[in-house]
Write a protein that binds this ligand. Structure first.
Ligand code: 26Q
Length: 822
């Protein structure tokens, strides 16, 4: 792959200004005097969208004429955030637009705040998909993102009396200026019903699925602008609708009112994003969502393929590669088999060769409770033909297992796609491995553990199938757009082509010891902290001092991510300060952002505990401004963009072996925050890049956690032998943090003791506390800290999502770039 050079479109300021005003008048029916920020935002979006659509048309023409192989990224989640700033930067129009608006008396930063986040995802997996489609377009690779057009994205979080309240997210209430509805490409999707076995003329058995319900899939296209503004790919999201003419199976005729019920059911499919991540929900609607978007997307791909190749399937898998973002779209595997067998009437082996050379699967978790399983009975009801096909895939796979491990029943049970038991279950991970030509983990350690612990026998059966592609992040959004001051400083120092070639940041290392550069770098960090302090005040009413260390933990709330380890340590600092008002520490602000799955009781208890401890500490004069705790409500992409540039310390403290990769760790380090972290996920690779002297590593390793687990971990050993740990846990049971409500925080203590402390919080506490003392000492040495921070930014080149995508292209997709003509 060649690295594109600067190819930004230079658009005249005057043209932009005219376009904005034209849209204000002609699209929005208002004028310069009446328009509020929302109207200006919409008019500006419309002006930008004109440029975007022009490039989209050119890109599609070019891909069509070249009949290119393309990747199709199937993902139940795309956490896009806001698009205006990103599109302006990628089109190279940011400055001109800013100036055009200034001349119109409008502030671009203000109107960008009008844009609701597109929060069609939970966290890391969804944001990864968004970074990947940015990189695919930037690298001029033919690609389509496929997902669900949720009416409501991830819930909006409010904090009331310290507790999380979930409110609906309505991101499209006032219209989304970026999306284009494509009714000409509607698909029809069958559900329920039964399978009829027929005998064809040649005596061959034919299966015919008689669905009980058909729903429509209406595609919405979001243009994805590559950096440089040449390639514009699409993200195609499916909205479910009632099918107007076929709501009825022959056995299910009914009246008009009943039909309305079915309409509601059809339209429920794309209503809401499931807010659980890492734990399986097992709900029927979720399976229908998965099938709905996978089936719509496959039909869309096949329609496009047939336009070029007719009924000749022989080139399908050389033109089409489908990447499964976790097992959520794995139902696409039996769906493609169904189309090839029942519709195209290919024989099994031909169909299987096509299908299994089309799919590749990315695994994002090792947690057993997060591996998707569906009850076979649920499958039978919703997708009866698919269950038959899955049984046949499994039958043939079991014959392969028999060849490798003859007579080994236990092995067959272990590897089977079907989990036997009183309630048979379909294991989507096993189906994905069997039905794909490549499987990857998302960081070196994670991929090694996928091979060693999760799928060792698959690795043995198909050497080379399991591989690694370490995650990455787009530096366009996560440095250039979110941290303009630092970006400008970097431009001045090393030139402005680093967003396309992040390894260029290496050159900053030459200035790591330069006093003037250190000063500039830290001054920008300070100004970013001042801006965040204002935001914190506005959102929470809490005053924080930008001279304090801003210590940040921002991610979904999970026991394995151990926000409670952070909290216990904060309580320890508080206690030390109360015991000794002269306790020597640089002032610190601990900042949290985290949503808990609505049904995850302990996660919500931890949010409550953080807020209660925060209130007590923030209002205690005795800590003398040395300690503040801030929980920022409604953590989301647009809030991350404000926190990350202002962070001094990045908390990456998961139990070793539990965080597949992490990507926030990369964003924070890129913006000059120092990591305090365990040897887990991509932290290990970050440490390799920045060097051990520029990161604060603590805690047990994967092997040590394993060993501890095997010898029998007893959290009471730590409670009984460490006075500080005992005091803190006992403190949780008093009403010190919850006046008048003793025991309100007891569930936390309980989970760490009687609950067995499944994520080894207490085992890592001392080491974590010691690492924090090193953080404190390092910060006091301002020269040393500045150098370390600069080196973090300088060494993050590896973690651009462009590198991840190049790895996917080389190791899995085998794609070629396709330049778009002027
Ligand atoms: C599954 C079934 C039913 C309902 C919801 C889900 C569901 C939804 C989202 C399961 C998992 C997720 C998201 C998982 C996720 O974000 N994983 C993270 O992926 C990142 C990108 O690879 C990694 O960096 C993180 O380590 C990993 O936790």
């Amino acid at each position: 792959l060649s690295t594109p050079i600067d190819k930004s479109i230079k658009l005249d300021k005057k043209i932009i200004k005219d376009a904005i005003v034209r849209h204000l008048h002609c699209s929005l029916g208002t004028d310069e005097n009446k328009a509020n920020n929302h109207a200006w935002w919409k008019a500006t979006c419309a002006a930008v969208q004109e440029q975007v659509l022009e490039q989209l048309r050119k890109t599609q023409k070019s891909h069509y004429l070249n009949d290119t192989r393309a990747v199709h990224y199937f993902s139940a989640e795309f956490l896009m955030g806001r698009l205006m700033s990103n599109n302006l930067h990628n089109l190279g129009m940011f400055e001109q637009t800013q100036q055009a608006l200034t001349e119109l008396g409008v502030n671009l930063t203000d109107i960008m705040e009008e844009e609701p986040d597109m929060a069609l995802g939970n966290g890391g997996l969804g944001r990864l998909a968004a970074c990947f489609i940015d990189s695919l377009a930037t690298l001029d690779l033919p690609a389509v993102g496929y997902g669900l057009h949720y009416e409501h994205g991830l819930f909006r979080q409010e904090i009331k009396n310290g507790e999380q309240i979930e409110r609906p997210d309505s991101w499209r209430d006032y219209g989304n200026p970026w999306e284009i509805c494509r009714p000409e490409s509607i698909q029809e999707i069958p559900l329920y019903g039964y399978v009829e076995t027929k005998y064809g003329d040649n005596g061959r058995i034919k299966k015919e699925w008689h669905p009980g319900l058909i729903v429509k899939g209406l595609p919405w296209d979001i243009p994805v602008v590559g950096y440089g503004g040449k390639t514009v790919n699409v993200l195609r999201l499916w909205q479910s609708q009632a099918s107007d003419y076929f709501n009825w199976d022959v056995f299910n005729a009914g009246g008009y009112l009943d039909a309305q019920k079915e309409n509601v059911q059809a339209e429920t499919i794309s209503k809401v994003l499931y807010p659980n991540d890492e734990t399986e929900a097992g709900k029927e609607l979720r399976l229908i969502q998965q099938y709905f978007f996978s089936a719509c997307s496959l039909k869309d791909i096949i329609r496009r393929y047939k336009r070029a190749h007719g009924d000749n399937w022989s080139r399908f898998s050389s033109q089409v590669v489908i990447q499964l973002n976790d097992t959520h779209p794995a139902i696409a595997i039996p769906e493609l088999m169904r189309i090839l067998l029942d519709r195209a009437e290919l024989d099994w082996d031909t169909a299987w060769a096509i299908s299994s050379n089309t799919f590749a699967y990315t695994n994002h978790t090792l947690l057993p409770e997060a591996l998707e399983k569906w009850p076979a009975r649920m499958f039978e009801k919703i997708l009866p033909r698919h269950l038959e096909i899955i049984y046949e895939i499994n039958h043939r796979f079991m014959l392969e297992v028999e060849k490798v491990w003859p007579g080994n029943v236990a092995m067959k049970q272990k590897l089977s796609i079907i989990e036997e038991g009183s309630d048979k279950m379909v294991r989507m991970g096993n189906l994905s491995v069997v039905g794909s030509f490549k499987v990857n983990g998302v960081a070196e350690i994670h991929s090694a553990l996928v091979k060693k612990n999760l799928f060792p026998e698959f690795d043995h059966m198909w050497p080379g199938k399991l591989t690694n592609v370490t995650n990455g992040i787009t530096p366009r959004r996560w440095l250039k757009a979110c941290n303009p001051k630092l970006s400008n400083l970097i431009d001045d120092k090393i030139g402005s082509d680093w967003p396309l070639d992040l390894n260029k940041l290496q050159e900053l290392a030459n200035y790591a010891d330069n006093a003037k550069f250190q000063k500039q770098f830290m001054q920008i960090k300070f100004e970013n902290k001042q801006a965040l302090a204002i935001e914190i005040k506005a959102l929470t009413g809490i005053d924080v001092d930008p001279k304090a260390i801003f210590d940040v933990q921002i991610k979904r709330l999970h026991e394995y991510k151990r926000q409670h380890l952070n909290l216990l340590h904060i309580m320890a600092l508080y206690r030390r300060l109360l015991a000794n008002p002269n306790y020597d520490m640089h002032p610190r602000v601990f900042i949290f952002g985290a949503k808990a799955a609505p049904g995850y009781k302990l996660a919500k208890d931890i949010i409550y505990a953080i807020n209660q401890v925060a209130t007590r500490i923030n209002n205690d004069k005795r800590v003398n401004g040395k300690l503040k705790v801030v929980f920022l409500p409604n953590y989301r992409v647009s809030l991350a963009e404000k926190i990350i540039p202002a962070a001094d310390v990045s908390e990456q403290i998961s139990t070793a072996g539990k965080e597949a990769s992490g990507t926030g760790n990369m964003k924070l380090s890129l913006n000059g925050a120092l990591t305090i972290g365990t040897l887990d996920g991509a932290n290990i690779e970050i440490a390799e890049e920045v060097g051990d002297e520029n990161i604060f590593i603590f805690g047990l390793t994967v092997d040590e956690i394993d060993a501890l687990h095997k010898t029998g971990y007893n959290p009471f050993d730590y409670y009984d032998n460490n006075r500080e740990i005992k005091a803190i846990l006992d403190w949780l049971e008093t009403d010190y943090f919850t006046p008048g409500k003793p025991g309100a925080l007891a569930s936390l203590k309980h989970s760490l003791l009687e609950g067995g402390d499944p994520y080894k919080v207490l085992a890592d506490f001392e080491s974590y506390s010691a690492a924090h003392e090193k953080v404190d000492a390092a910060y006091k040495d301002t020269t040393r800290w500045a150098k370390m921070a600069i080196l973090n930014s300088a060494k993050m080149g590896k973690f651009t999502s462009d590198r991840s995508i190049k790895d996917y292209v080389e190791r899995i997709w085998k794609l070629e770039a396709c330049k778009v003509d002027e």
